[in-house]
Design a binder for this molecule. Structure first.
Ligand code: AMP
Ligand code: ZN
Ligand code: FE
Ligand code: FE
Length: 272
């Protein structure tokens, strides 16, 4: 079997449910040969992953999913092959995670104002030491019996435009791209199928993005072909992966089915 690379997945260091070791074991089992663990605004797991990779016989590329936004539009930038010990990067990420915590506090306050008695402690329990996001708040609401379902939490309270919604600290995609470039890495537009139109893609290309995530569970085969076309047209690298969160979105069944061939990873390496 030819090599399969899945360059997008999450662990307990952000809003995934598996530890680094568990995730890597699953990745082996489903036949992946190269992976990148791309936790939201967190690189804490990379050291352990790189260490484990040797004994497990799987290749690990340092990865990261940075949160950025333009106005109300959330844009995720995937970074690969950067120096995960870079001080500037670590300082930035630590700052950003504190801002995520403050935002979680603001969301909890809004929920309390709406007579939803969620405690911050329940959210912190869900997040553990990982970077805190709305998925932890939804899980805490569910755990406390304050919502019927995980999705209802977004639909009624914390989804975009809903009464307890709060924006994240605003960072432009340009800043995210520059940060990754300054640590020797490559940046990619994550899951453009989630509401990023071609005009925004062209803007991001002007700002120096190196590639685009072509393969993603939210992309239909037509979309995949479309983004492959865009990659060709603008000389962009093409990445892809499962965005696996460890069962959160019934994604266990499809883990191992979203991947790119190793040749595309080789093209990334030669662009470095
Ligand atoms: P955050 O980075 O804290 O804003 O959380 C964003 C994550 O929340 C996304 O990656 C999704 O996993 C999840 N999410 C956002 N909106 C919804 C929604 N309407 N329904 C379910 N999950 C959502
Ligand atoms: Zn996530
Ligand atoms: Fe994302
Ligand atoms: Fe992701």
């Amino acid at each position: 079997m030819e090599g399969r690379a899945d360059l997008h997945m999450h662990t307990v260091h952000s809003d995934g449910t598996l530890t680094t070791r568990e995730l890597m074991q699953r990745a082996k089992e489903v036949g992946l040969t190269t992976i990148s663990i791309t936790d939201h605004d967190n690189t804490i797991g990379i050291g352990e992953a790189v260490e484990l990779a040797r004994s497990m016989g799987i290749v690990v590329i340092p990865g990261l999913e940075l949160s950025a936004s333009v106005g109300d539009l959330d844009i995720h930038i995937l970074g690969y092959f950067f120096d995960h010990t870079n001080r500037n990067l670590l300082e930035y990420l630590s700052f950003y995670r504190k801002e995520r915590l403050k935002r979680a506090e603001r969301i909890v306050e809004k929920l309390n104002d709406l007579q939803i008695p969620l405690k911050l402690e329940s959210v912190l329990e869900q997040a553990g030491t990982g970077s805190i996001g709305r998925p932890h708040i939804a899980s805490a609401l569910l755990e406390e019996g304050l919502t019927e379902s995980y999705h209802e939490a977004f639909f009624k309270y914390i989804g975009f435009g809903k009464p307890a919604y709060e924006k994240k600290y605003q960072v432009t995609p340009h800043e995210a791209i520059e940060l990754i470039a300054s640590t020797g890495g490559l940046s990619f537009i994550a899951h453009p199928g989630n509401s990023i139109d071609e005009k925004v893609i062209v803007d991001l290309i002007r700002q120096g993005v190196d590639g685009i995530e072509v393969v993603h569970p939210s992309h239909s085969p037509e979309r995949v072909a479309y983004y492959r076309g865009i990659a060709g047209e603008y000389f962009l690298l093409a990445s892809g992966g499962s965005d696996f969160h460890g069962g959160k979105k019934n994604d266990h069944e499809v883990f191992g089915k979203y991947f790119i061939p190793e040749e595309q990873v080789e093209m990334m390496r030669s662009r470095l």
